[in-house]
Structure formats: C-alpha cells, structure tokens
Design a protein around this ligand. Sequence first.
Ligand code: ZN
Length: 484
Amino acid sequence: MATATTIKYEPVIGLEVHVQLKTKTKAFCSCKVEFGAPANSHTCPVCLGLPGALPVLNKEVVTLAIKVGLALNCQIAHRIKFDRKNYFYPDLPKGYQITQYDGPICFDGILELPIHDASGAPRNCRVTRAHLEEDAGKSIHLEGSTLIDLNRAGTALVEIVSAPDLRSAEEAHAYLTTLKRNLSYLDVSELSMEKGSLRCDANISIKPEGAIKLGTRVEVKNMNSFKSVASAIRFEIERQTKVVSAGGTLHQETRLWDEDQLCTRAMRSKEEANDYRYFPEPDLSWFNIDRKWVEQIQSSLPELPEKRLLRFLDDYKLERGEAEFLVSERELAEFFEHAVKLYQKPRKVAAWVAGEFSHAMQERAIGVKGLKITPAALIGLMDLLDAGKLNNVTAKEVFAAMLDSGEDALAVARRLNKLIEQDSGAVDKAIIEVMLEFADKAVADYKAGKDVALGFLVGQVVRKLKGKANPKEIAPLLTKAIRG
Ligand SMILES: [Zn+2]
C-alpha cells in the first residue's frame, strides 16, 4: 500500500497573459493611449464611467486581436459580443469591466515550444482562448492615501489563457518566451513587463502522478519578469507538495510573489472574489468578423517565427539552436537575412550573429535595434577576417568598438591599429625573439614531440606583434624556423 511519502506529485500549470494593445486610442472611446502622460489627462465621460456615456468599439482593437489570434494559431470567431464583469475597485469607475465572458474573439490555438519530451518530440501547449477586454486605471499608494490615475482605464487588452498543459517552471518559461516571440513579429504591443504592457499570472496545482482529477488551484500574481514567473512556480510546486505530503489541505486562493523574499504570500481567498456576476454589455451590439477581413489581416502578417525557423533550417542548413536564436526576434532574423544576401555564407554569418552579437546584446541588455551596427558593417568585418587583415582575436576587438561607435570595420581597425600588414621583417624578428626566449622550455618541448607547445609559441609571436598577425600564417613560419 502506498503511504503519503511515496506518492509522487505532478505539477499542472496554466498561464494567463495580459497584453496591452498598441492602439492610438482606447477600446471604447477616443481618448489617446500614451504611457507616462500627466495623470488623468487622457480621460472622457466614457472611460470615467459617467452616467449616460456610451461606449463605441474601436475597430483597430479588433484588428490587433485577430493578429494576436493568428500568431497563436487560433480560430477566429465569426461574431463577437462583450460582457460586463462586475466588481468594485477604486480604479474601475464604472463598477464593471467590459470583457468577453463566454465568446472570446480567438480560441483553440496552439504553441510549439522549443523544448522536447523524452522521445524528442517538441512539447506543445494549447491556447484555450484570447479575449478582448478593457484595462482598469492605476492606484498609486502613497503614505496614508491613495491616488487614482485613469489614463489607463479603458485601454485595450487581450487576455491569453493557456490550457493547463505545462508541467514545470521551465515549460512555463518556454511558453512565455515563445508567446512573446510570436507577438513581437506583429508589432501589436510594446510587450514590456516593466511598463506593464505584458503581465502574467500563473495557476498552479499538483496532483498524484497519473491522476486525472486536478488538485486545488492557486493563482499567483505580481511577477515582473519571466524569470520571476519561473521562480514563483518552482516555489509553489515545492510549497504545495510539502503541504499535501504532510497530510495538509490546500485552499483555492490568490497569492502574491515576493521578489525580495523569493516566496509567495496569501493575498485573498478566491471564494469572496469568485462571483463577478457577468452579464452581456447592453450598450454594445454584436460585431461581425467577416472572413475576407480575416484573410486580409492574415496576408498582411510577416512570415511568423515557426515558419521562418523551418525555412532557416532548410535553406541555410543551420543548427537548430542557432536557428531558434535567430528567429527569436524579428529584427534579429531580418538582420541575419540581410547579411546573408551580402555574404552568402549563411553558417558563418549565423555563427557571428548567434555568438558575438548575442553576447553583446545580453551584456548591454538591448535588442538588435539598439546595437549600432548594420548588416553591411558586419560583412565588412568578415571580409577583413577572410582577407587575413584581422585575426579571430582582433576581429572581436574591432567588433566591440564598432558596436560603440557605429563606424565601419576598416575605419575601426585602422583607428585601433589592428590591421595586419605584410611586414615580413617584423614577423621574422618576433619569431627569433620568441625562439630565444623559450629555447629551454616550449621550443624544447615542441622538438621533443609535444605539439601543443606550438600553439603557445604562436601566441607569443602574435603578442609580440601586438595582435597584428594571423596565427594561421605564423604557425608554418615558426615550425620552419624551429626545425631549421
Ligand atoms: Zn475616454
């Protein structure tokens, strides 16, 4: 008989992602959408919830939501309606939020994740729905009082709800990165967790391995990065497993992630917040979504990452990891393809972009757009390397300087005095000096058959020439000199 301690538990995770749509005006009024504007400067009777004001649907909101749905491989509804979700909160002046309850605009989607199961098949996560809704305002808590800014009230959101298909913090992280990647190709949102245009809540439960019935679900909020989402999930899995293994009971509740203490804390029990009393929004009529319109939107989309990944693997014969990295950002993929057109050695370009380039982006915490280098400039650098004017070490130094100054490779190489000149006199002199200096050690070792000693000696010669030498050319000269 199994005892409590021998039961293995399996986590079940579903994610809710809110994406703020990049529209010029709000979802149901003509107030401007602008981040960081003076408080309450973009408000009107509609978004202030004044009596008698009537909402009018902004068609652009529907267009962007359809794009989101298509990028998540969703079905698009033929007609949509809106519902009121009733709750009282100071930053919700109407006393209800306009949302979509039982008829989301997008549904039944799927995302292929860049992780694989034990059999090597890619893991998928279903997207249950993506619905439209309006955002609330912002409460700003100061000492002893709370201020309300309603600029955000009524701005358009898409809430994307995954199926409970995710089984670990790593899978949840992969789902979020894939989701963000796909949406980044559309230009429908800033997708910034810091600015709040991308928000994520996680629903986490555990069940005995193989069991069909799901366990009690806990909702975790307040994560401000994908890394925090993964940490919060890890913490919750461990906490819930401990409670249940000790014979305790879990409660359905909402918990907040505490980034300083790296733990979740109980916020409110779900029971009291459960009854939102949804009912159809009487001020907005049904809205038809014509198939021709959906087709037009579909054909206006750029090539999406999943398709682009397959094409990169096929056309350019890249490693899967490299190709996945290159399609992870639309600008990065476009930079790569532009560079390949100029150079025609895709694998070499991919190695640079996935190597030095990605390193620089991580170090500076910026995207491709923030790096002051063009595809032509990168190819200029690779040409110098091919021509033997730079070696692998100096090419990286020149690259780093190009990122800062935006100059081309030749200008930087000249300015830093890194260009290799064919000065055979200087090379011969350096070789002789190194041979004398290391006559008893590395030179003797090499003569005794230790081939690795040659690499060291070549390095010393290149150093004497202040990096202005190509190790591939030095090696045979040095071998010849040693062997006499
Ligand atoms: Zn307004």
